[in-house]
Design a protein around this ligand. Structure first.
Ligand code: IPE
Ligand code: IPE
Ligand code: MG
Length: 263
């Protein structure tokens, strides 16, 4: 058992030796009760950098390290879907220079990591109004999707130019077209039909939402899908997230009592 555990942790972070603390945490994880879908609002990169007297872009780069750790850890645990908020429909309000840095980092991440992601059986997917992203970002996403299309391990959903309200609005439009064309009737409109018209159609709702950086809001993320999701909030900044914190969130989630409105 302990040998497997150590192998697990090694595999989850390259060749890094698992610390005693991580081994201790790993023993607390119930491997028979792993969340199917984890969502993360990768927030706090800017403040992480500013606190260190560094440009915000350095914080975004450090945040990519945490993403790498999250993909490794959760794919090892057997999580099926990891949905990360990388760029919101509101993030275009930021200075052009920062937007450029974020888009360049995305392209760099995909090119640098794609072989490793593919080797780990990860399917890389993107959610959002992707047609408004810079062409080079769209091309990198298409490349990643094409290469990993046949993988059946973790699905990594990267939310880009994503907004929950935009997603629901687009679903309204698509459903209205079907209604007007007579493909569906008013009575066909139900919760399932709406879910099927979201970017996340065919993906179960998140079991766990992780939001770092001390913010107590959803910031337009997965508005429909979070109806009964458990929140794990922390004042830690996203670039400080390591394997132990990712495990801790899962352990805490496993101890929650989800009632879904029941008693
Ligand atoms: C999250 O970090 C990354 C994106 C929103 C793209 P922030 O850039 O929002 O970091 P803070 O919140 O300013 O610290
Ligand atoms: C949410 O973070 C979006 C991403 C992490 C991509 P923000 O930093 O944009 O959210 P607010 O502005 O604090 O609500
Ligand atoms: Mg922020």
């Amino acid at each position: 058992m302990l040998k497997n555990l150590v192998q697990f942790l090694r595999g989850a972070a390259g060749d890094k030796e698992p610390t005693l603390q991580e081994q201790e945490l790993m023993k607390q994880v119930d491997m028979n009760k792993i969340p199917v879908h984890i969502a993360i609002i990768m927030d706090g990169n800017g403040r992480w950098a500013t606190k260190r007297g560094l440009p915000r872009g350095v914080g975004h780069r450090a945040g990519v390290e945490s993403l790498r750790e999250a993909v490794n850890t959760y794919s090892r645990l057997g999580v099926n879907y990891l949905t990360v908020y990388a760029f919101s429909t509101e993030n275009w309000k930021r200075p052009q220079e920062e937007v450029n840095i974020l888009m360049d980092l995305l392209v760099e991440y995909l090119h640098k990591e794609i072989d490793e992601l593919h080797r780990k059986n990860v399917f890389v997917n993107a959610l959002g109004r992707l047609e408004d992203l810079p062409v080079k970002a769209q091309e990198a996403l298409n490349m990643a999707r094409r290469i990993t299309a046949g993988n059946n391990g973790l699905t990594l959903n990267i939310c880009l130019n994503y907004g929950g309200r935009t997603e629901i609005t687009e679903a309204f439009r698509a459903i209205s077209v079907k209604l007007l064309e007579g493909q569906i009737k008013i009575n066909d409109i139900n919760e399932n039909l709406i879910s099927e018209h979201l970017y996340t159609s065919s993906i179960p709702d998140p079991d766990l939402l992780i939001r770092p950086a001390g913010e107590l809001r959803v910031s337009n993320f997965l508005l429909w899908q979070l109806a009964y999701t458990e929140f794990w909030l922390t004042t830690m900044m996203w670039p400080d997230f390591r394997r132990q914190h990712l495990l801790k969130a899962v352990i805490d989630w496993q101890r929650r009592n989800r009632r879904f409105g029941g008693i």
